[in-house]
Write a protein that binds this ligand. Structure first.
Ligand SMILES: [Zn+2]
Ligand SMILES: [Zn+2]
Length: 339
């Protein structure tokens, strides 16, 4: 089988590998579609501190089960599945409180273990979620990116009275906008970004108000309009954002951060305690695949608004380059595998 392998930072090859056999409790998935994410590009460029090399990258993937290991129900053969990349132990403290995404022995497909940019991938059977017949392949491959938004929103229980501010109109920000509007029906969603084309995508995904903070001061605009956001999501992940969010937030607001910066961030405690703000963080997803599959089935979210490019997997290097460089036109890039 052909696999897309990052052998070392900046060294990506398509390699012939032996077809893997599923072990007990595992299934083999014949991949049909995979999505390119920021973390794939970070592993490729050597910017992911968790990555080990060589690695088959890819953690957003969809396909059909074509072989099963011992102990797996034979009815699963031929099933269309999306794969949750989060593999957890099931018994440590975080697992016991419903946070397998921060399991003490966390393994992420495509990061710590070979992932889905391959003609076939072997994964735990319980990580392969059945996709209903009426969900299209190109929607099924988008389950994982929406689980990121499901995890973010799951921390803060959004409501119809919320005024949400989302920093960043990349894939994480846009999936979050769709979930806030489509699922939770929050009153207003404001999106701030530095690229107009991205802000247009945010409007397409349901944003009520968009602000370009390259041209205008976000703080000045919100103060002018008398807006104090009650829910703030930092999907832009710049270390300077948290303090700005604290100062713009309404009393009793919730803030969710997703960044992985190792730079120190200066924040003023008084701004948090004075308004009793709650600060949450969100990483990967905690068992959100069934929820997102349900949202897709109900038509509450629409992946078509995010998919801008599709490439044959053999063009993966070009595809990643488009993803990295063309921030004006490009949002989600899919790779197709031969079926
Ligand atoms: Zn991703
Ligand atoms: Zn665990």
């Amino acid at each position: 089988m052909k696999s897309i392998v990052v052998k070392n930072p900046d060294e990506l090859v398509i390699e012939d590998r032996p077809l893997p056999a599923p072990a007990a409790g595992e299934v083999r998935v014949r991949i049909k579609l995979a999505g390119i994410c920021g973390s794939d590009s970070h592993i490729y460029r050597g910017h992911n501190p968790f990555a080990q090399y060589p690695r088959v990258i890819g953690h957003e993937f969809f396909g059909v089960i074509d072989a099963i290991g011992e102990g797996v129900d034979s009815l699963r053969l031929g099933q269309r599945v999306s794969v949750d990349p989060v593999i957890s132990c099931g018994h440590c403290y975080p697992c016991s409180v419903g946070k397998p995404n921060v399991c003490t022995s966390l393994v992420v497909l495509g990061v710590h273990r070979d992932g889905g940019f391959s003609e076939y991938a072997v994964v735990p059977a319980k990580n392969a979620f059945a996709i209903p017949d009426n969900l299209a392949d190109h929607h099924a491959v988008m389950v994982e990116p929406f689980t990121i938004a499901a995890n973010v929103t799951g921390q803060v229980n959004p409501g119809k009275n919320d005024i949400a501010l989302v920093y960043g109109a990349g894939p994480m920000g846009l999936t979050t906008v769709q979930v806030l509007k489509g699922v939770y029906k929050v009153r207003q969603v404001i999106v701030v970004d530095r690229i107009d084309e991205r802000l247009a995508m945010a409007q397409k995904s349901g944003a009520d108000t968009v602000i370009n903070n390259r041209e205008h001061s976000l703080a000045a605009r919100l103060i002018e309009e008398g807006i104090q956001p009650t829910l703030i999501v930092d999907a832009a992940c710049h270390p300077s954002i948290l303090q700005e969010a604290i100062s713009l937030a309404s009393p009793a607001a919730r803030i969710v951060i997703m960044g992985f910066s190792s730079e120190p961030t200066e924040i003023i405690q008084q701004g948090i305690t004075g308004k009793e703000i709650s600060i949450f963080s969100s990483r990967l997803n905690a068992n959100k695949f069934p929820l997102v599959i349900d949202w897709l089935t109900q038509g509450l979210i629409d992946p078509d608004k995010l998919i801008t490019h599709t490439f044959d997997y053999q063009q993966v290097a070009d595809a990643i380059e488009v993803f990295e460089k063309d921030q004006r036109q490009c949002c989600k890039v899919l790779l197709t595998f031969p079926s």
